[in-house]
Design a protein around this ligand. Structure first.
Ligand code: NCD
Ligand code: ZN
Length: 345
């Protein structure tokens, strides 16, 4: 197959930032019709009013002709008011609430330390059917960074699901076989999103032959057998798995420095790399389900009416150039392998 046309995809986990960076990176998500927008700004997007203002800034930053719809989220804190969440959901302003364990990742300091303190909000969300997006890593310094996802399932996710089985939860950017197996063994109320870079990179890619700052993200990339489990889940047809790129732009100087920020910027070429991963698995016929159908179905939204066409070229494409933004250049995901797919329209 040298060309494939699918329902236009959505991105179920995206960082757009704010200000100059927002204006610079938003056009790079042009392949996606909608995206779940992460609320980890500084300061975070906590209240309905803050989400409404951020949504307006995103809409104002959209280039002419980009019909992109931001699906807003609220950043869950231990002070979040259940009624504010409920009214933001009722008005259609927010699509989900995001749980960051405090300190787990970029701008997560105001996140949740003790899940017992947000139980009132989670109960209200379960009642009204508002989904919870989770960054599934514990922050206990005693837990090794490569084991933090498995520990989160045992210590946080499973107890919350036992307590509130009606709560709809997305385990975002799943990076381990443990996560895949846990979701596969659960019911319809638990889904998992997968990034493009975690489908391609393992920890050798990050660390062997020198540390690659542009492959550093959280959750950190794992062993090869975990990566293989993610690919099997993405291409396997289970509708509870769908695409969430976690495209997370940082300026080049914040990546190439003493203390590299976590995040991989994949928005510009996510769909091309995804097509290549699915082709390698002989699963191009399942690309549409993973990128365009499973996500809306789980969130109870209609699939997009528009289409997206990707084409395979014999000659590999040139390596991507950094995106120039008003907040500095942002290096685009490049796993260093030949890429043959590109989006035509
Ligand atoms: C994200 C960011 O930069 O905001 N970084 C990342 O490595 N994925 C935060 C996150 O989603 O964990
Ligand atoms: Zn993220």
């Amino acid at each position: 197959m040298t060309e494939i046309t699918i329902t236009r995809p959505d991105d179920w986990h995206l960082h757009l930032r704010d200000g100059e960076m927002l204006r610079g990176v938003l056009p790079a998500s042009r392949d996606f019709a909608r995206a779940i927008i992460m609320p980890n700004l500084v300061p975070p997007v906590v209240t309905g009013a803050e989400a409404a203002a951020y949504r307006d800034r995103i809409l104002a930053a959209r280039p002419e002709g980009q019909g992109f719809e931001p699906l807003m989220t609220l950043y869950l804190t231990e002070g979040t008011d259940p009624e504010d969440v409920a009214s933001a959901a009722a008005s259609g302003l927010v699509t989900a609430v995001k749980l960051y364990p405090a300190g787990a990742t970029t701008n997560s300091a105001s996140g949740v330390r003790d899940v017992a303190k947000v139980m009132g909000v989670l109960e209200r969300m379960a009642e009204i059917g508002l989904p919870l997006c989770v960054h599934g890593e514990v922050t206990d310094p005693a837990v090794d960074i490569f084991d933090r996802e498995a520990a989160f399932i045992e210590r946080v996710l499973d107890p919350v699901r036992t307590r509130l089985p009606e709560l709809r939860i997305i385990m975002e950017h799943v990076t381990t076989r443990d996560g895949i197996d846990y979701i596969a063994g659960s019911g319809e109320n638990l889904a998992g999103s997968l990034t493009v870079h975690h489908l391609i990179l393992n920890r050798n890619d990050l660390l062997v032959g020198g540390v690659k700052p542009h492959f550093y993200c959280l959750p950190i990339v794992k062993r090869e057998h975990h990566r293989a489990a993610l690919v099997a889940a993405a291409t396997g047809g289970d509708p509870r798995f769908f695409l969430g790129t976690d495209s997370a732009p940082h300026s080049k100087d914040r990546k190439e420095c003493d203390c590299c920020a976590a995040g991989v910027f994949t928005a510009p070429n996510a769909m091309a790399w995804l097509a290549q991963v699915f082709e390698a698995e002989g699963a191009l016929d399942r690309l549409e389900g993973f990128a365009s159908l499973n996500g809306p179905a789980w969130y109870g939204l209609p699939p997009n009416a528009e289409k997206l066409t990707l084409r395979r070229s014999e000659a590999p494409l040139p390596a991507p150039e950094a995106l120039q933004t008003g907040a500095g250049p942002v290096v685009v995901f490049d796993p260093g392998l030949p890429l043959h797919w590109h989006v035509v329209a």
